[in-house]
Design a protein around this ligand. Structure first.
Ligand code: GLN
Length: 210
């Protein structure tokens, strides 16, 4: 079975695991997927794909640094090019550049060639949810509830008109500003797991390790 990890240093990792399991149950594939929490380099080494949850990106980066996980994470994303999905704080960590905070800069994992503004949508009390039309989930699908909590925005790509970019994919890396794991809506997790399975198939064809 291929292992999909959820980085569990801080934040909403448990919710991701639950929704990933629910999503996997709806996928028929010859690949058996299992899910695990990742707190160590050894656990990361077992994984074929990874989710980095929302939470607090500065805290997560500090813990990752202390656990000597930062470099292995960079390697996982940028050298091994494993499918990696960051939500909210996770997307911040997967960006090549983020704005500084009052406390200064922070370590990032990188992988997405974008710059994010970390708290673009305001503070905790300014949290909101809004229906999003996510075209990659299929045409005519009902809107996806985007939950935005101290959410970042992607700045350094050209948005159309006054649109703000809240989901971005580059190669093996996916980021979104909102929290699909807090909705119970399984569609985005299912879609991402399908891309993970595609990646597993591709690697198998190339004769590499799955
Ligand atoms: N803006 C937060 C940060 O900088 C992320 C908020 C979230 O993940 N809900 O980490």
């Amino acid at each position: 079975a291929a292992v999909v990890g959820v980085l569990a240093l801080q934040g909403a990792f448990q919710e991701h695991v639950q929704l990933l399991r629910k999503a996997a149950a709806q996928i028929t594939s010859t690949y058996e997927l299992s899910f695990t929490l990742v707190k160590t380099t050894a656990q990361l080494a077992q994984c074929s794909a990874l989710v980095i949850p929302g939470g607090e990106s500065t805290t997560m980066a500090l813990i990752a640094e202390r656990c000597a996980l930062l470099e292995p994470l960079r390697e996982f994303v940028k050298v091994a090019r494993r499918p990696t999905w960051g939500t909210c704080a996770g997307m911040i960590l997967l960006s090549e550049s983020a704005n500084r905070t009052k406390k200064g800069g922070q370590e990032l994992i990188g992988g997405l060639d974008v710059r994010v503004n970390r708290n673009h949508f305001g503070r905790q009390v300014e949290s909101f949810s809004v229906p999003l039309q996510l075209r990659f989930l299929g045409e005519g699908e009902k809107p996806f509830t985007g939950v935005f909590i101290r959410a970042p925005v992607v700045e350094a790509v050209l948005p159309r008109g006054d649109a703000r970019v809240v989901a971005v994919r580059q190669g093996n890396v996916l980021g979104c500003s909102f929290h699909p794991e807090l909705t119970g809506d399984v569609r985005m997790h299912k879609w991402w797991l399908e891309t993970v399975i595609e990646d597993l198939k591709r690697r198998e064809k190339l004769g590499g390790s799955v």
